[in-house]
Design a protein around this ligand. Structure first.
Ligand code: KIV
Length: 284
């Protein structure tokens, strides 16, 4: 395994300072964590999107803290050096500042995360501030925030109109003032993301479907490899058809088992003649 230096907050802010783009992906399991570590991904988000990509739910809402911790632990085992972010699931931070701090602490203590992420702007700024005061780096998430999809009218671009865009700019400022080290902008127009990026002073901005001007980019791993069967969002570029490769392999397996061309001698274990004869004798 290739060793690289642990990614820290100074590493990330140095990249930003030097104008280098930060790379970020979602990840939910050990083998993918291992591959992302090898590829040198800076930041890994164990997103509550795992409810859809890994567990097959229709939304992220049924995901629990225990689900998140189990997956974050696995990713950490595969990727010891990436900046690992635990995504706070639905109702793990909304009820109170204390709930937020306790659950953020679980990501750090039980899964070895480096930081957490939560959704929401002004309304959630006190939760984020409490987490930061507890010594836990926190990332904000604005624009399309899937946990509020029902209130937002579905999975659609946010901030296309000036009034809604102004609210997102104010939300970003509130999160920065609350101590967020980074803010994710999901599905907002490119010019709005550019404006927020230019105004950011103490936090860096990551884009998911929000254009090229942010300090870094995030994609959902399953979207970039054709691994999510229900739909492919416009913002996701497919970097490899892993889903097709795996399906092809599965169909070949079915064919070979059916026509008895699998397994071959290299796929099984033999027994010495004399041991076999002795076995038959013992069974007589
Ligand atoms: O859960 C997740 O993967 C996320 C992304 C949609 C940003 O929050």
């Amino acid at each position: 395994m290739t060793e690289r230096k642990k990614v820290t907050l100074p590493t990330l802010f140095n990249k930003v300072g030097q104008g280098e783009a930060i790379t970020m992906l979602t990840c939910y399991d050990y083998p993918t964590g291992y591959l992302q570590e090898q590829a040198g991904i800076d930041m890994i988000l164990v997103g509550d999107s795992l409810g859809m990509t890994m567990l097959g739910y229709e939304s992220t809402l049924p995901v629990t803290m225990d689900d998140m911790i189990r997956h974050a632990q696995a990713v950490r085992r595969g990727s010891p050096n990436a900046w690992l972010i635990g995504d706070m699931p639905y109702m793990s931070y909304q009820p109170s500042v204390e709930t937020a701090i306790r659950n953020a602490g679980r990501f750090m203590a039980e899964a070895g995360c480096d930081a957490i992420k939560l959704e929401g702007g002004v309304e959630m700024a006190d939760r984020l501030a409490g987490i930061v005061r507890a010594g836990i780096p926190a990332m904000g998430h604005l624009g399309l925030t899937p946990q509020s999809a029902s209130a937002l009218g579905g999975f659609r671009v946010q901030g296309k109109g000036a009034l809604q865009a102004k609210k997102i700019v104010e939300d970003a400022r509130a999160l920065e003032e609350a101590g967020a080290y980074a803010i994710l902008l999901e599905m907002v127009p490119d010019r709005l993301a550019q404006l927020i990026t230019q105004r950011a002073k103490n936090a860096f901005i990551i884009s998911l479907g929000s254009g090229p001007h942010a300090h870094g980019q995030l994609l959902i791993y399953h979207d970039m490899f054709g691994l999510y069967p229900r739909f492919k969002p416009k913002m996701a570029k497919v970097f490899g058809e892993a889903g097709k490769v795996i399906l092809d392999g599965l169909q070949t397996y079915v064919r070979e088992v059916t026509n008895r061309t699998f397994p071959q001698p290299e796929n099984w274990f033999g027994m010495q003649d004399e041991e076999y004869q002795e076995l038959l004798r013992l069974l007589d």
